[in-house]
Structure formats: C-alpha cells, structure tokens
Design a protein around this ligand. Structure first.
Ligand code: PMP
Length: 449
C-alpha cells in the first residue's frame, strides 16, 4: 500500500475512499454503498449531489469565487444575510459569516464581550456554559465546551467556562423528574451567577439539543424558559449554539423555536452549507447590535474567507431549496415515524437504554443493564464498536456521549438528511437492526428474533 501523508482522525486506521454521493447514500471507490444516517456529522441536511446547489455554486464561480470582505461585498452575501433575517425569529437580523461552527461560537463569545464594552461595562468577560457540551475546537470555543475528553490536552490554556449541569433527564443528577424537579439543573445557573457575580459574566451559551457530547440530549418543556428568565434577570446574553440544530434539523429553522425562545445571539454552521461549502454564521439581534452600531461600528473578528461569495452562494441555494421544497414542514412527521421504529428496536435490543431527541436529531444511549441504567465499561468502547459495525453493514452513525468524553453514557446520533423518504427510513431501520445483531454477536449477548 502507498504511504499516506494525510493526517486523518485515527492515523492507524484505514478509511474507505469516497467515490460519490446521491441523496441519502454514499458510494466508496470499492463500490460499497452506505446509508448516511448521520448526514456526515449532522451536516448534509439536504442529502448529497443536489443539482440546484451545484449549479448555484457553478454560476457564482463563473462570476467570481473570492473577494476580500474589506474590499467588496457580494450579491450572494447580501442576499443570504437578508434571507436569514427573514427566516429567523424575532430581531435576529445581523449576520456575520465565518467558515466553521467553532468560528461562529467563538465570534459569538467575542461579540457578547464587545456588546458590554460598547455599553461601558468592561468587567463582563466570562461566558458560562454547561458540562456535556461541545461548542468547537478553537481555544475560545473549547473553553466554553464542557467536554473533558477534548479539553484534556489543553487544560492550561483554557478558561473554566463550563459551570452547570445539563438537562440530562435520563441521568438526572437530582434523581428527579421534570417538571416536579423545579428545573434544578437550570437553577444552577442562578447559583453560578451569584457565585461569580453577574458583573463578570457577558453571556451564557447552550446547545438547544445537546449533540456530540451527549447524543441528542433534549431538555424538558419549561427548561429553556427558566434559563432565559435567569439570563434576562441578571443582564446576561443568551447565546444559542445552533451549529448542529439550526437550519431546520429539529423542524423549525432554530431549535430554540421549539420552546418559544429567541436567543440574543445564535451560532449557525453545519446544515447551513449542508456540506456543499464551508460556511457558518454568527447571527446577532438588533438590540445587541445597537451599541456596536453606535459605538465602534465594527465587530472585532473576521477571517480571510469570511463571507466568501462561493460559500454564500451555496448557503443561499440551500436556504432556497429548503423553502422551495417545503422541507421543514415534513420533519416532524418523519421524526415521529423514525422515533416509533427506534422505540420498537429498543424493545428488541435491551442494550438501548434511551431513545431521545427532537425532529431528525435523534439519539440512542446504550446501557449494559437497562433497569439500573448501568453504562458499559469505557474500556469496551461500545460507541466505537456500534459505529464500526454500522459502517460494515453500510450505515453511517454519528458517535456521541461517553465514547468521546467519559461524562455521559455511550450514545450515537441518528440524523439522516431531512430529505430522507419513509421508505429510506425503513431501510435505515433494517440496517440498524443488522448492526445491532452484529454488535450482540460480538458482545456474546443472546438475541432472539
Ligand atoms: N457547536 C456545535 C453544537 C457542534 O456540534 C459543533 C461541531 N460538532 C461545533 C460547534 C463546531 O463546529 P465545527 O466543527 O464546524 O468547527
């Protein structure tokens, strides 16, 4: 075999080489077919090879692929910002385009701090966040991430921003149930603010549905109302990290809309370019922009490829595709269909402890003993085992939870393109069943059909 100098995620592993993608399927160079039940990394939201997006990118590249943001604006960037302002709730009207989710959350952090500075309050420089969270890999974003596995190597360089428990009802730290619990995990935010002092806190960031770190951990009704109220009462901006949940992944454009919450700042990514181009955004509400517009009149952030016309044309085409084909209105019914089938699988495979999630961002948590919710020993690397068995069977799953950070249980995310058909969902379930039969065989667990 030829040596490879490409630094891949696991340097001792062999990765199949991709040939092409079509709809919810990917085909490697050896002709193997995969059902992309993860949309890559919850990214290929409208599936692979959509001609409208490819054409829009081609048309843009024929005119110009790149201009520098301090020299030119472009029709694609202007239209995208305008369309986003229309599509997002409340006064979330101002878009700053970047290239990755990490850049979007890191920019959100900086804008939150700048907002208070422009108002003459210089001491508000901390961003609080939750444990079992992932906000990105750059140092500011990692500082906000409650993900021990990804923090470990860089701890001396990081701020201790994660401060409170997540709304992880399956493993409630208070051994309680919502709403009787009084949302004690949300009330921890109030405690943290009192401890640190709201004079020092610029904002609080959360993923509406927890993705990579937890496996589609979904809060109970009432949780975000409590969080938003605490933020508002303490003069703390609420930043929604919708990098994974935005662009209709859970049904509405923003997952925050499921709970009638309008964040002050939103980070978008992944599904925004749907994998066709690297693009992400920090979207800022009018009231947060106001002191900046009247103050220094510039955001202290930016990248060479910010608002790249080619990427903006791709994201604009994705947004138009979602609208023209009314994709989001079907997400809920597909979610119910898929979730019911996952619930049926849970009855057949006892190691599925929890089926959860919102829209087409669903998660399965695996347990060694279902009644007692006892997790697998980490040394068993159950998440990795399931993902690998899935790949062998021809289905791509997204690893989450303990497989990566040792805080939550072993979990996978099931997040097919929003364009998946019900027949393809049936196929997904068949492949998942074959995967679990194989995992049971490897583990030596009995399985009776
Ligand atoms: N925030 C969330 C919620 C994410 O899921 C991710 C990526 N998994 C990021 C931020 C970072 O995005 P990126 O990998 O594009 O930098």
């Amino acid at each position: 075999m030829k040596p490879s100098y490409l630094i891949k995620p696991a340097l001792d592993e062999r990765y199949p080489e991709i040939d092409y993608g079509k709809g919810v399927f990917l085909f490697d160079k050896e002709g193997k077919k995969y059902l992309d039940a993860a949309s890559g990394a919850v990214t290929a939201n409208i599936g692979h090879g959509v001609p409208e997006i490819i054409l829009a990118m081609h048309e843009q590249s024929k005119r110009v692929s790149f201009v520098y943001r301090s020299q030119f604006t472009s029709e694609a960037a202007e239209k995208l910002a305008e369309k986003l302002a229309d599509a997002l709730p409340g006064d979330l009207n101002w878009s700053f385009f970047v290239n990755s989710g990490s850049e979007a959350t890191e920019t959100a952090l900086k804008i939150a701090i700048q907002y208070w500075q422009e108002k003459g309050i210089k001491s508000k420089t901390k961003i609080l966040s939750r444990w079992i969270s992932y906000h990105g890999i750059t140092l500011g974003a990692l500082s906000m991430s409650g993900h021990p596995g990804r923090r470990a190597r860089f701890v001396p360089l990081l701020e201790e921003f994660p401060s409170i428990s997540p709304p992880y009802c399956y493993r409630c730290p208070y051994q309680s149930t919502a709403p009787e619990c009084g949302f004690l995990c949300a009330m921890e935010l109030d405690g943290a603010i009192k401890r640190i002092g709201s004079d020092h806190i610029a904002g609080f960031i959360a993923e509406p549905v927890i993705g990579a770190a937890g496996g589609a951990i979904t809060p109970p009704e009432g949780y975000y109302e409590t969080i938003k109220k605490i933020c508002d009462e303490n003069n703390i901006l609420f930043i929604a990290d919708e990098v994974m949940t935005g662009f209709g992944r859970t049904g509405p454009m923003l997952a925050s809309e499921n709970w009638n919450i309008i964040p002050d700042i939103v980070a978008l990514g992944k599904g925004m370019g749907a994998g066709y181009a690297p693009i992400a955004a920090t979207v800022v509400s009018d009231h947060v922009m106001e002191p900046i517009l009247h103050g220094s009149k510039s955001i202290m952030s930016g990248h060479t490829l910010s608002a790249n016309p080619q990427s903006c044309a791709a994201a604009l085409a994705v947004l138009e595709y979602l609208e023209n084909n009314d994709i989001l209105s079907d997400v809920e019914s597909k979610s119910v269909y898929l979730k019911n089938k996952l619930d049926q699988l849970k009855k057949q495979f006892e190691f599925i402890g929890d089926v959860r999630g919102k829209g087409l961002l669903l998660g399965l948590e695996f347990v060694r003993m279902p009644g007692a919710k006892i997790p697998f020993e980490r040394s068993m690397k159950l998440t990795e085992l399931v993902v690998k068995a899935g790949r062998d069977q021809g289905i791509l799953l997204y690893p989450a939870g303990a497989g990566l950070d040792g805080m939550s249980g072993d979990a996978v995310i099931i997040s097919p393109p929003l364009t998946i058909t019900k027949r393809e969902i049936d196929e997904l379930i068949n492949l998942l069943k074959a995967t679990f039969i194989e995992v049971y065989r490897i583990l030596g667990f009995p399985y009776e059909n």
